[in-house]
Design a binder for this molecule. Structure first.
Ligand SMILES: Nc1ncnc2c1ncn2[C@@H]1O[C@H](COP(=O)(O)OP(=O)(O)OP(=O)(O)O)[C@@H](O)[C@H]1O
Ligand SMILES: [Mg+2]
Length: 115
């Protein structure tokens, strides 16, 4: 099973989440700066120490593709532990089945392209 785990976390949790993923030795990852809001949109959130009332807030998105449900669980656990403060706006983790992966250099696809 090839699974994509996508996590949206607080900006200031970037280092912690990156380190947690390095600890479990993921085979690759993509990080982007994104803007988003959850169900609490319209309410205020504390960003870098100040209260912000805009509905879209800067977040960090991690994308990790893994080759089993066991790795999916490990990845989600690591992110959850590193990104949780217990306050609103901690983020969300989405995971879903991915059709295939192709390594451009070798033309390998599927599991071979991941490992
Ligand atoms: N349903 C969703 N679809 C797409 N992105 C989402 C969704 N919910 C949350 N996100 C993304 O996750 C980020 C953080 O969401 P957030 O933690 O505020 O979710 P929440 O459901 O409001 O939970 P909480 O009550 O803990 O704030 C959002 O800024 C957005 O980028
Ligand atoms: Mg929210």
């Amino acid at each position: 099973m090839i699974i994509k785990v996508e996590a949206i976390v607080r900006e200031d949790k970037f280092e912690d989440v990156k380190d947690a993923l390095a600890q479990i030795e993921v085979n690759g990852l993509t990080v982007s700066q994104v803007m988003g809001c959850g169900k609490s949109k319209g309410y205020t959130e504390i960003v870098r120490g100040s209260e912000v009332e805009i509905s879209l807030l800067p977040k960090i998105k991690f994308e990790i593709v893994v080759s089993s449900e066991e790795w999916e669980r490990k990845t989600i656990e690591a992110i959850k532990k590193a990104a949780c403060t217990g306050n609103v706006g901690d983020g969300k983790i989405f995971s879903y089945d991915l059709r295939t992966v192709t390594r451009i250099r070798t033309s390998e696809s599927g599991y071979d392209a991941l490992n």
